[in-house]
Design a protein around this ligand. Structure first.
Ligand code: PRT
Ligand code: ZN
Length: 300
C-alpha cells in the first residue's frame, strides 16, 4: 500500500467562514500542520493526517467518493448534496457524526418588505431565487406548493430588485443582509451549523484505528467546550447545599483542609458555564476561595 494511502485525509474549507474554526478544532485535537505553498494540502507533522483545503461545496462529494475520510462542513451544504445525489438516483456515502457549534445560520425564505406573506400558500406560483435548489424543492414538495426555484449562484438577495424572482431562499445569520436589501425572513427551512462527516467507505484497520482516535479526541474537545473546573473551600456542613448549586457536575472530589476539622476543599467539573450568579450563590452558602478554570481536554 502506498504510504499516502495510509494517511487520513480531512476536507476543510480553504478560505471562508469555517476555515479558522475548523483548523483550530483539529489543532485542539493535537494535530500540528504545515501549510504547503499552494495550500491545497496541509500535511500533519505529528500524526499521519493531512488536511485537504477545498471549497466547502466540494466537501460532501470528496467524503462520499472516499477521497477524504472526514470533512468539516455546514449542514446546509451536506443536506443540499444529499438531496442532489438522491435526485440523481444515488445515495451520499457519508454519515454525520458531530455538530460543532460554529457556523450557525439558517436557510430561510425571504420576501420583499412590500409583498404580503400569510403562510406557505403565499408562495403559490411565485419564483424563488436560490443557490439551494435541492433544499427549496424539497420544502415546496413537503408543503405541496407549486412554486418555481430559480438558480442563482451568488448575490441571491438582489434577484427581486432585478425582477428575476418574487422571493429568495438563502442563508441568514444576523439578518443584516436581508434588511439592507429590503427583504424580511418569512420561513425557516433548515437550522444549520458546521458538522463533521465521515465516509461510509470501508477503511483499512490502520486507517480505521486512526479515524476512531480522531473521533474520540473530537468528542473530548467538544464535551468540555462549556466545562469548567471549579475549586472552593467550604464548611463541611454546607456540602449538600454546595453540591446542589454546582451546575451540571458529577460527584465532586471532597478533601480535608490541613489544620481545620470542619472545613473542606471541593473540586468539581461542571459541564455548563459557571456564571457570576452561581459563584455568588456558592459564597452565600458558605464557600470561600472560589476558583473557576477552563477545561482543555477530557478523556472519559
Ligand atoms: O469559497 P467557498 O465555496 O468555500 O465559500 P462560500 O462563499 O460558499 O462559503 P462561506 O465561507 O460564505 O460560508 C461557509 C458556510 O458558513 C456556509 O455553508 C454556512 O454553513 C456557514 N454560514 C454561517 C454562512 C453564514 N453564516 C452566512 N451568513 N454562510 C453564508 N452566509 C452569508 C449568506 O449567504 C448571506 O449572503 O451571509 C449573508 C447573510 O448574513 P447576515 O449576517 O447578513 O444574515
Ligand atoms: Zn461554497
Amino acid at each position: 500500500m502506498e504510504q499516502s494511502e495510509q494517511r487520513i485525509k480531512i476536507a476543510v474549507q480553504k478560505t471562508g467562514r469555517l476555515t479558522d474554526h475548523s483548523i483550530d478544532l483539529l489543532e485542539r485535537c493535537g494535530l500540528k500542520v504545515t501549510k504547503s505553498k499552494n495550500q491545497l494540502i496541509c500535511y500533519g507533522e505529528n500524526m499521519p493526517i493531512d488536511l485537504l483545503l477545498v471549497r466547502d461545496d466540494d466537501i460532501p462529494g470528496l467524503v462520499s467518493d472516499d477521497v477524504c475520510d472526514l470533512g468539516i462542513v455546514g449542514l446546509n451544504v451536506v443536506e443540499e448534496k444529499r438531496l442532489q445525489l438522491e435526485q440523481e438516483g444515488s445515495n451520499g456515502r457519508f454519515k454525520q457524526i458531530f455538530e460543532l457549534d460554529f457556523g450557525h445560520c439558517r436557510l430561510s425564505i425571504a420576501a420583499p418588505e412590500d409583498v404580503d406573506y400569510v403562510g406557505p400558500e403565499s408562495l403559490k406560483n411565485v419564483k424563488i431565487a436560490t443557490s439551494y435548489v435541492g433544499l427549496l424543492t424539497d420544502y415546496l414538495k413537503r408543503n405541496r406548493i407549486a412554486a418555481e426555484p430559480i438558480f442563482f449562484s451568488g448575490a441571491v438577495e438582489i434577484a427581486p430588485k432585478l425582477g428575476r424572482a418574487d422571493f429568495i431562499c438563502d442563508l441568514v445569520s444576523s439578518g443584516e443582509t436581508l434588511l439592507a436589501n429590503g427583504l424580511r425572513e418569512v420561513a425557516v427551512l433548515l437550522e444549520s451549523e458546521a458538522v463533521v462527516i465521515q465516509t461510509l467507505a470501508p477503511l483499512s484497520d490502520e486507517k480505521q484505528a486512526l479515524v476512531d482516535k480522531i473521533i474520540q479526541r473530537l468528542d473530548g474537545v467538544l464535551k468540555v467546550r462549556d466545562s469548567k473546573y471549579i475549586m472552593l473551600h467550604a464548611p463541611r456542613s454546607a456540602l449538600a447545599e454546595i453540591r446542589a448549586l454546582l451546575p451540571g457536575s458529577e460527584s465532586p472530589t471532597v478533601l480535608p483542609l490541613e489544620g481545620s476539622d470542619d472545613k473542606i476543599a471541593v473540586h468539581a467539573v461542571c459541564r455548563e458555564n459557571v456564571f457570576w450568579e452561581t459563584l455568588e450563590n456558592l459564597k452565600a452558602a458558605g464557600a470561600s476561595s472560589l476558583l473557576v478554570l477552563p477545561v482543555e481536554k477530557m478523556l472519559a
